[in-house]
Write a protein that binds this ligand. Structure first.
Ligand SMILES: NC(=O)c1ccc[n+]([C@@H]2O[C@H](COP(=O)([O-])OP(=O)(O)OC[C@H]3O[C@@H](n4cnc5c(N)ncnc54)[C@H](OP(=O)(O)O)[C@@H]3O)[C@@H](O)[C@H]2O)c1
Length: 329
């Protein structure tokens, strides 16, 4: 009989709720413990999702017996310290995106996981969606020929609240790290490491990028055009243009349930992938699969990919002048 995987969650905000809801759909998953830095919130959350253990501090969760993996769902600036906290105790971690504020922190987290021989994965959930798998399959089968360019955006209008996670630089606010990471992820997944990076950002009054535009070029001439905004709603679609056709991932593409294959002289071919939950169960399933197989990282979103993505985000930030206190400049 398959073992039950016992989950913990650190940081009980918006995404923690969504993840906990989806976790109920995952076979052999059990939410065992939750931890909050806010008074009373852990017990409330535990009651809502039937978790037997509630802790009033993040450190507290480390005392929970039989914990297999902790999902770190705090603001970006805390991912590094929260992940190290768990790994030091030998507890596996699924850490929200962006993995860290910069690649240096990411490297430390990965080094700790390796030193402790413990599983670690970035919660880049889009990687595990059926629509992403289908995109990879279509490209591998030659459906659009060689990929020539990618165009992907992600934009929504966030209420301007200077102390909120999206606008406060101390919490890693800004468009690029929060949502620009998705277009950057797609470019990396399909085209690898760019040779040229051009980027511009509009830096708002709190000092974070409210809008960022990126153009990437690759050794063999391919290009990626990426756009992220927290000051306006954009179509949030992805187009992958190939020699013989186009893959259009429907809005909002990072959580999409459908794509269309467009080929000259042929009727558009639609593919749809209805989802029961919001889509977070796919990444949770991947973690469980890896833990059951004794793997220390996911073959589908390995730590080298996480590190490379952080390095790409760092390089875009340097180009666009997006700076955080953690950069130490
Ligand atoms: N994969 C996705 O689709 C997705 C979607 C949204 C967000 N995210 C990621 O998940 C992370 C959390 O995002 P969220 O939208 O859930 O944020 P949120 O609603 O603001 O929740 C973050 C939680 O972190 C804890 N926290 C600790 N120190 C904090 C501080 N100084 N300020 C604010 N919160 C603090 C709080 O939980 P306690 O009070 O319980 O300690 C808070 O509720 C971010 O890194 C984001 O990139 C991912």
């Amino acid at each position: 009989m398959a073992k039950t995987t016992n989950w913990g969650i650190i940081g009980l905000g918006k995404i923690a709720h969504k993840f906990a809801q989806d976790l109920t759909k995952v076979k052999n998953a059990h939410l065992l413990a939750v931890a909050s830095s806010s008074s009373g919130r852990a017990q409330e959350f535990a009651n809502a999702y039937g978790a037997p253990h509630a802790y009033g501090s993040y450190e507290g969760i480390l005392d929970c017996p039989d914990l297999d993996v902790v999902y770190v769902a705090t603001p970006h600036n805390l991912h590094h310290s929260n992940t190290l906290l768990c790994l030091q105790k030998g507890i596996a971690v699924l850490c929200e995106k962006p993995f860290a504020i910069h690649a240096g922190h990411a490297a430390e987290m990965i080094a700790m996981a390796r030193a402790q021989d413990t599983f670690l994965m970035e919660a880049l959930w889009t990687r595990f969606l059926p629509v992403t798998e289908k995109t990879l399959e279509l490209i591998a089968s030659g459906a659009i020929g060689e990929v020539l360019s990618i165009k992907a955006d992600f934009g929504f209008k966030a209420d301007f609240e200077p102390r909120s996670r999206l606008y406060d630089p101390h919490l890693g606010g800004g468009a690029l790290l929060d949502i620009g990471i998705y277009p950057a992820f797609l470019a990396q997944l399909l085209l690898g490491k760019p040779s040229v990076i051009k980027a511009l950002a509009h830096i708002g009054p709190t000092g974070v990028d409210e809008e960022t535009g990126v153009v990437l070029q690759y050794d063999s001439g391919q290009m990626a055009h990426l756009h992220a905004s927290i000051r306006s709603k954009t179509k949030t679609e992805a187009f992958i243009y190939g020699e013989h056709g186009t893959i259009h991932i429907h809005t909002r593409w990072h959580e999409s349930t459908g794509l269309t294959l467009l080929k000259p002289d042929l009727r558009p071919q639609d593919f749809s992938f209805p989802m029961q939950g919001r889509g977070y169960h796919y990444e949770a399933q991947e973690v469980i699969h890896c833990l059951e197989a004794g793997l220390k990282e996911s073959p589908r979103w390995p730590l080298a990919s996480t590190q490379a993505l952080m390095e790409l985000l760092d390089a875009i930030r340097r180009e666009a002048g997006i700076v955080y206190a953690e950069d130490g400049v």
